[in-house]
Write a protein that binds this ligand. Structure first.
Ligand SMILES: NC(=O)c1ccc[n+]([C@@H]2O[C@H](COP(=O)([O-])OP(=O)(O)OC[C@H]3O[C@@H](n4cnc5c(N)ncnc54)[C@H](OP(=O)(O)O)[C@@H]3O)[C@@H](O)[C@H]2O)c1
Length: 343
């Protein structure tokens, strides 16, 4: 094992291969009160592993789904699927990752992003280019890779396509709206407030509707009665049928989130009635689970951000210890753009 011998990691340099760090843990599913910030021990990186000292951590709705048990996980558990940091030690057989390098990741398991330091499989890490800052990296890996696969794989957006994008001023939303407009799509965003509307209009949406509007009527009006090629719906239960009603014949419903709760089971005949529609319910890990896909998506994302085509808009910062407050704000629709937790 190679280690980075600075003040913080003096224990490693002395050959003591365990270190106390602080991390959020949950012992039960529930509300934000189940988050506990406590000391935990981490060992030396095993074969293929890297120890990362986080510089910034991304906040995501998926953290809430894990916390409240919508997505079941073994307990006790950490939380957090997206972060940036510096490599402080590498295990045997790690190639292409060096101590001292800046790295970032979006990873499904184990959930340990909400921590000062963690061990992680080296194959999940991307080395950051100089032009991408730590906070931007922490805020964009999961949300940016999601935007990439939604727009290039779930439904491949073509120039001139009309699309609907929910939560257009949110973390994924602000990235996806910029990305989609860069591909030539005509983006109709949906948001809940005038402040969010202004932001989404500034970041790639051609039109932005309020969730309280007659969404189907306005979408039909804007598309001269035809409907849109794809709906990217992260709201879930409350908007599922409204979204189907916005689609053109053969349109694609991409149901990718549960902000209002999980979509109820539905009858396929509903797709026939509305023009032989397609429905997909994707998850990021099926699009970046293989290293070549992760590298392809990350290269596209790093290029889009480094070139300035996509700006990562971080509007909220919280100390890691206050992750529960950050989750309350995310769940109550009080956040805009991306949010980071700072260790
Ligand atoms: N399947 C995947 O691979 C994948 C990957 C990443 C994220 N996601 C999904 O993408 C969505 C966005 O994630 P994010 O982390 O970037 O969050 P976010 O968009 O920053 O925050 C969630 C937003 O959802 C909107 N919303 C609508 N109805 C809501 C409700 N009943 N309760 C709470 N929020 C509601 C709110 O925007 P308004 O106030 O403007 O309505 C809110 O700001 C989430 O649903 C997440 O699960 C899916």
């Amino acid at each position: 094992m190679r280690a980075f011998a600075n003040d913080t990691h003096v224990a490693l340099a002395r050959g003591k291969f365990t270190l106390m760090t602080k991390a959020i843990r949950i012992d039960e599913f529930g509300g934000p009160e189940v988050l506990r910030f406590r000391k935990v021990e981490i060992g030396a990186p095993g074969p293929g592993q890297v120890r990362v000292a986080h510089t910034a951590i991304g906040l995501n709705m998926i953290d809430v789904y894990f916390r409240n048990g919508l997505y079941p996980i073994g307990l006790p558990s950490g939380l957090g699927s997206e972060a940036a940091g510096v490599v402080v030690a590498t295990g045997e057989g790690v190639d292409g990752i060096e101590v001292g390098q800046r790295v970032a990741y979006a990873s499904p398991a184990p959930l340990d992003g909400y921590s000062e330091e963690r061990l992680i499989d080296a194959r999940l890490l991307l080395v950051l280019p100089d032009g991408i800052g730590n906070e931007a990296a922490a805020a964009m890996m999961l949300k940016g890779l999601t935007s990439w696969y939604l727009l290039t794989r779930s439904y491949r957006v073509e120039a001139g396509d009309w699309i609907v994008l929910y939560a257009a001023a949110g973390g994924v939303g602000l990235i996806a709206s910029q990305w989609a407009s860069g591909l030539g799509a005509r983006v109709i965003g949906i948001v809940s407030t005038e402040e969010k509307r202004a932001l989404a209009l500034d970041k790639g949406c051609e039109h932005v509707l309020l969730a309280s509007d007659d969404v189907v009527g306005r979408v039909r009006e804007l598309t001269e009665g035809k409907g849109v090629a794809a709906v990217y719906d992260s709201v879930g239960r409350d908007t599922f049928y409204q979204s189907l009603d916005c689609l053109r014949r053969h349109g694609v419903m991409v149901s990718f989130g549960n902000a209002s709760g999980a979509v109820e089971p539905f009858a396929p005949l509903e797709l026939t009635k509305r023009g032989s529609l397609y429905v997909t319910r994707p998850t990021l890990w099926d699009f970046v689970g293989e290293r070549p896909d992760l590298e392809r998506g990350s290269a596209a994302l790093f290029d889009a951000v480094s070139s300035g085509r996509i700006h990562i808009d971080i509007r909220q910062r919280y100390p890691l210890a206050e992750a529960a407050t950050a989750q309350v704000d995310l769940q109550s629709r009080a956040t805009v753009g991306s949010t980071v937790l700072l260790p």
